[in-house]
Write a protein that binds this ligand. Structure first.
Ligand code: NAP
Length: 268
């Protein structure tokens, strides 16, 4: 096993990262930042997103495992006080893993024949900061609607508990191979009409979004932001790649959702 560590820069995460490194060195576990097959993150779900993008070129061979220094997260199965249990699991690792779908994004540009291909663990958002974004939305290659509003979000199942949920999207079990389109403040009146509800797209379908006007558009992919691109269209589909997490113990997805969003106090 070759382990890489990614941590955020809170004092708590730095301290825990130092402790983790010294303990795994003492156990003789190999560290390899360049070509790991296990990436351990210490921080929050945001830290795991950063690690995912850092090592996305190794997706087929790498597994991720997250330690949360705050509350339990969606990508982070371990708490800071469980670091010794995690190291013991690493010592007895038998390659246990669970795999989840990702979002494939292709961006075509107006001024070039080249396209960019990006992968999201949570979601991609196309939005306009100044004024209304107008774009045509196609399902497969058929025009579905003309959207007017602040933006559009396309999320993975594991991303469905992120910003997608705040936009009214459904929480999707991560074994579901699909992507979800949600609207950001669509204009709906007697003249303009959008579906106004989230759409869940199957693995063999794709969504194409063609902005009518290119100025002022922003694309975000997870925590990353891309500006000033002359976008012709974006094509979203379920990626062929998957993300693999080391699963040394099982936590039921719906327990995690309940824990994050409901809590005991709100069940009375
Ligand atoms: P950020 O400040 O790093 O993250 C915002 C919050 O979203 C943090 O509390 C983060 O958890 C949590 N989060 C990240 N992925 C999640 C997931 N799959 N399910 C549930 N919660 C999740 O924000 P950022 O750097 O701009 O964007 C990173 C991600 O945060 C985005 O991909 C987006 O999904 C999410 N986000 C959510 C909202 C919202 O709900 N309104 C707004 C902005 C961003 P940790 O504290 O554990 O890192």
């Amino acid at each position: 096993m070759k382990v890489a560590l990614v941590n955020n820069h809170t004092a708590e995460s730095i301290k825990l990262a130092e402790e983790f490194l010294s303990k795994i060195k003492a156990k003789g576990i190999q560290l390899d930042d360049e070509n790991p097959n296990l990436v351990v993150t210490i921080g929050g779900d945001g830290t795991l997103l950063s690690a995912f993008h850092k090592y996305q070129h190794l997706l087929s061979t790498v597994r991720f495992v997250g330690v949360h220094t705050g509350h339990l997260g969606f990508y982070t199965d371990w708490r800071d006080y469980e670091i010794d249990d995690l190291i013991e699991s690493l010592e007895h690792d038998r390659g246990e893993s669970v795999s989840y779908p990702l979002l494939d994004i292709r961006i075509d540009y107006r001024d070039s024949d080249q396209s960019d291909r990006l992968i999201a663990l949570n979601e991609a958002v196309l939005k306009k900061v100044d004024g209304t974004m107008v774009c045509e939305v196609f399902v497969k290659d058929e025009l579905f609607e003309t959207f007017r509003g602040d933006g559009l979000c396309v999320a993975t199942p594991t991303g469905s508990t992120g910003i997608s949920k705040s936009l009214g999207g459904a929480v999707i079990h991560p074994r579901t191979e699909a992507i979800q389109l949600t609207e950001m403040a669509s204009v709906n009146n007697r003249v303009y009409r959008t579906l106004s509800s989230p759409m869940i797209i199957a693995k063999d379908e794709w969504i194409v979004v063609k902005p009518i006007e290119e100025h002022g558009l922003i694309v975000t992919v997870d925590h990353l932001t891309f500006r000033d691109k002359h976008i012709e269209k974006l094509v979203y589909r379920v990626a062929n790649e998957k993300v693999h997490f080391a699963r040394y113990r099982h936590m039921h997805f719906w327990n995690r959702v309940e824990n994050a969003f409901i809590g005991i106090a709100n069940k009375r």
